[in-house]
Design a binder for this molecule. Structure first.
Ligand code: ASP
Length: 599
């Protein structure tokens, strides 16, 4: 039906007879000549119909936006005056000699260029129209290029693409499971995989050695802006490779993607221990484009009379830190107040600061509500430690370690954005040496990565002091976003059981939930490890999209629903009966509330 895409026509095609198929982007009637901008996935070209071709002209007069057309015509150069440099096909146009209306279209619910004002709800409801927009076409086109390049890289490096089940048992990755009731096993449920973690480890036991999969994962968690309940991972596992080997092959993939698809050389990635990331940047995924660092001043504050500082300074769980903003003295007072409010989200009770007008004049050169509470020698020591210059602003955090770290870590990113402090476009790095566990609110321990991660110490050391143990995990971070993470795994049954024990998973539960894994580890499990990247986030970063939803064809809303298909939906009584499910009656008040809510 078509000889060439609209968006591909250029000067080289002049004088060619072409057949185009596409949608009407715009139609203009210019004094007896009709211009139709015809659009397909490659772009837009201008088609001209004049009254000489009577029948075509009459048809062209009838078409409306989003009609589907087949156009025959001849490519010709535009007059110099009408060349459109903003259009890829702007040097040419097609003189229409044939026109067939393949389908008409009702007036779309929003004009394609008015998407910003219509709101995302409408865009998602009519996603098939929203996806016609050039930005969305470009994003999905790019996504396809990325997955193809990934497959090629993986294939060239000896990885096999193997699928793993979607209907399975729970795989703990720290979220709630999506459950699927079984018709054939009354009262029992499958869980959708939070990741293919256990299956990929079993594939290593089977000897497949290098596995990858572009895999759908499902996590029922409270959604944040960049999360989706169903998302895609580039999932990788290898045998007989240590962390160096795994990081090297996966870094190679990301670097190649950026090089080949963006023309960007990311260079060799930095490495940073988790503890340094937390202490200096207040985050386990620091954005190293921002040149701000937290500097500890706990030792300086132990003896000051100012309780706000000396309290946390003398508390083993406390933290007192300073963060210098070069030239931050220009930040208006109002803005500083707004930042104080901002850090309160993270539990900070205030945001002390010193504006350095003259660093040599401690009496009059420091503008701050707190210097009057601090001895001169302490002020001097602070200025020296952060290497303050005139015109700088120093922010302080003093509270529990957690609050200070989170609050100033977030403030650091906010300042980076607000003041556009970025020093480079791309800042990739590996964060390594993670702790094995973190404390839960009820005094227990939970796996920081997942329970299958190998510790970097012996089983005896692990059991003696689990809270201090480090793991063989690594995360790849790009511009403050965690692109992926993984670890060398436990391949010894005894070690796996020891970790379960520390996590409070008793033997019965171990057998019930992970018996198949523990068994497999007995039958010749090789040393193995791997990693998974979040494909959606990777594409979001590479395309510079604001939302993860803009790089997924049919995403869910913030409330984990699909407004287009109206999923999730209710099911009939027969189906429920087949599944052995009886719904609990909703309390009346709640029923009314949820009925009045749109999904
Ligand atoms: N399964 C892990 C995750 O989803 C990644 C890995 O350890 O390979 O985060």
């Amino acid at each position: 039906m078509r000889s060439v895409y609209c968006g591909q026509l250029k000067a080289a095609n002049i004088d060619e007879e072409v057949t185009l198929c596409g949608w009407v982007d715009r139609r203009r009637d210019h004094g007896g000549v009709i211009f139709i901008d015809l659009r397909d996935r490659e772009g837009i070209v201008q088609v001209v119909f004049d009254p000489d071709g009577e029948e075509n002209f009459a048809l062209a007069d009838k078409v409306r936006p989003e009609y589907v057309l087949q156009v025959k015509g001849k490519v010709r150069a535009r007059d110099a005056a009408t060349v459109n440099p903003n259009m890829a096909t702007g040097e040419v146009e097609v003189y229409g000699t044939g026109l067939e209306i393949l389908n008409s279209a009702e007036t779309p619910p929003f004009q394609l260029d008015s998407h910003i004002t219509v709101g995302e709800d409408v865009r998602l409801r009519y996603r098939y129209i929203d996806l016609r927009r050039q930005e969305m076409q470009k994003n999905l086109y790019f996504r396809s290029k990325v997955t193809t390049a990934i497959r090629n890289y993986m294939d060239e490096n000896g990885f096999l693409d193997i699928e793993t089940p979607i209907l399975t048992r729970a795989t703990p990755e720290g979220a709630r499971d999506y459950l699927v009731p079984s018709r054939t096993h009354e009262g029992q449920f499958f869980a959708l995989p939070q990741s293919p973690q256990l299956f990929k480890q079993l594939l290593m036991v089977s000897g497949f050695d290098r596995y990858y999969q572009i895999a759908k994962c499902f996590r029922d968690e409270d959604l944040r802006a960049d999360r989706q309940p169903e998302f895609t991972q580039i999932d990788i596992e290898t045998s007989f490779m240590d962390e160096e080997g795994i990081m090297s092959v996966t870094e190679g993939m990301i670097r190649k993607l950026f090089q080949d698809l963006q023309g960007v050389d990311l260079g060799e990635f930095d490495r940073m221990p988790y503890s340094e990331a937390i202490e200096k940047y207040g985050s386990d995924k620091p954005d190293l484009r921002i040149p701000l660092e937290m500097v500890d001043i706990k030792d300086l504050m132990k003896d000051v009379e100012f309780k706000v500082f000396s309290g946390p300074a003398n508390d083993p769980k406390g933290r007192v830190t300073a963060m210098k903003v070069p030239k931050g003295g220009e930040i208006p007072r109002k803005k500083v107040d707004a930042y104080t409010k901002f850090v309160s989200i993270y539990g900070a009770k205030g945001l002390a600061y010193i504006k350095v007008n003259d660093k040599d004049d401690l009496e009059n050169g420091l503008q701050s509500p707190i210097v009057k509470f601090l001895p001169a020698e302490v002020c001097r020591a602070i200025l020296d430690r952060v290497e303050a210059d005139n015109g700088d602003l120093i922010f302080f955090g003093a509270d529990t370690h957690k609050i200070v770290t989170e609050a100033l870590g977030a403030l650091r990113c906010k300042l980076g954005e607000d003041l556009n402090l970025y020093t480079r476009d791309w800042a990739p790095l590996w964060v390594v040496d993670f702790p094995m566990f973190e404390a839960t609110d009820n005094g227990g321990l939970t796996a920081l990565h997942h329970p299958f991660t190998a510790p970097s110490c012996s089983p005896e050391e692990l059991q003696a002091n689990p809270a201090e143990a480090l793991s063989r995990a690594y995360d790849m971070v790009l511009n403050g976003t965690e692109l992926g993470g993984g670890s060398v795994r436990i391949h010894d049954q005894g070690m796996q059981q020891a970790v379960f024990q520390i996590l409070g998973i008793e033997e019965d539960e171990q057998r019930e939930k992970f018996g198949f894994l523990l068994d497999a580890l007995k039958y010749g499990a090789p040393p193995h490890g791997g990693l998974a990247f979040g494909l959606d986030r990777l594409i979001m970063l590479m395309t510079g999209s604001e939302s993860i939803r803009d790089v997924i064809a049919f995403p869910k809303t913030q409330t984990a629903a699909c407004v287009m298909t109206d999923a999730p939906g209710s099911v009939g009584a027969d189906q429920l009966k087949d599944l052995h499910i009886r719904l609990r009656a909703k309390p009346q008040a709640q029923e009314q509330k949820s009925e009045s809510q749109t999904k």
